[in-house]
Design a protein around this ligand. Structure first.
Ligand SMILES: Nc1ncnc2c1ncn2[C@@H]1O[C@H](COP(=O)(O)OP(=O)(O)OP(=O)(O)O)[C@@H](O)[C@H]1O
Length: 303
């Protein structure tokens, strides 16, 4: 279990993580979701003891990671791509890490098997694709058979097969009772992998709930409207402060206004609409809603 209490990190005058408190439970995959620059990597580095908090604490299994006698068996992480000797084979790379931590070569072979690196284990790491490199990073993280696994953007740049592999592995490790904490800036990815979500924006926690609860928390209605005069309808609704977006030719997505009121507004403005479809909000909508302030902040160019 990971416990984070009042965790804050300042880089000079920049507050990267702002008084963050949460718990990551074992036996399920917890997604750490937030836009770029939200503070995910910084939080993960502090949990791993690679960055010192300005205030607050982060513990794994009840203690700071460094206080454990054999930290590699407690928690391991895939953070940014680490420096590896490019001329070494994958197996040798893992053997070197194993040797420095008193881990057997039998375990090296197990993690090679587990991460599907068998056919390339003797090849030079320098020639590895991004996907193979990610697998190698995860293999290294698994060497100590850790109870807690922290993966920072593990699917970044992976092909669909690699994405599926990370998803299945994360779920498998959680089903063994491990704590699995993985970050992403993509809700679509998290929705299919995580059981529980912690959403962060500008260093603060915006949501900490099951996938189902995050969905239920967005009450905003979304409707799809088709009309020949999309510009006129956009103007009419926008004049009333309704948020809408043109999503395709002749198609408007309207947020927060019940379908009946959309139809009434169109009728009053004498705009013909020929389709009005209420859409249940998706996790993607929920995420957009949660991180709206963050996105506006960035696109406003203030950051
Ligand atoms: N070493 C550092 N020095 C100064 N500022 C930093 C440092 N590391 C991170 N930051 C800043 O802290 C904020 C949070 O960064 P962080 O990398 O934790 O975000 P993130 O959510 O992981 O984003 P990304 O997905 O882009 O990696 C950003 O504004 C970033 O520029």
């Amino acid at each position: 279990m990971i416990e984070v209490q009042g965790l804050t990190k300042d880089y000079g005058s920049k507050r990267a993580v702002d008084n963050v408190t949460f718990t990551v439970q074992p036996g399920r995959v917890t997604g750490f979701l937030g836009p770029n620059g939200a503070g995910k990597s910084t939080t993960m580095r502090m949990i791993m003891g690679l960055d010192t908090p300005s205030s607050g604490t982060a513990t794994v299994g009840g203690k700071r990671l460094a206080q454990h006698a054999a930290p590699l068996g407690v928690a391991a992480a895939l953070l940014e791509a680490k420096g590896v000797h490019k001329s070494r084979s994958a197996r040798n790379h893992l053997r070197v890490i194993a040797a420095t931590h008193g881990i057997s070569t039998k375990r090296v072979d197990e993690v090679i098997e587990l991460t599907g690196l068998g056919s390339v284990a003797r090849k030079r790491v320098g020639g590895f694709s991004l996907g193979m490199g990610q697998r190698l990073g995860i293999a290294a993280a698994l060497l100590g058979d850790p109870q807690t696994l922290i993966l920072d953007e593990p699917v970044n740049g992976l092909d669909p097969e690699g994405v599926l592999w990370v998803r299945n592995l994360s779920r498998h490790l959680a089903s063994e009772g491990r704590t699995v904490f993985l970050s992403s800036h993509l809700m679509s990815e998290m929705a299919q992998t995580a059981h529980h979500l912690i959403v962060i924006g500008r260093g603060r926690i915006l949501a900490d709930a099951s996938i189902e609860d995050v969905l239920a928390s967005t009450e905003e209605q979304v409707s799809l409207v088709r009309t020949d005069d999309v510009e006129a309808l956009l103007r009419t609704l926008a004049a009333d402060g309704v948020r809408c977006t043109v999503t395709a030719p002749n198609t408007l997505e309207v947020l927060g206004l019940p379908p009946r009121e959309i139809a009434a507004a169109a009728l009053e403005a004498r705009i013909l609409i020929y389709e009005l479809t209420p859409r249940s909000s998706s996790l993607e909508d929920a995420y957009m809603e949660l991180t709206k302030a963050e996105v506006e902040y960035v696109s406003g160019g203030i950051a």
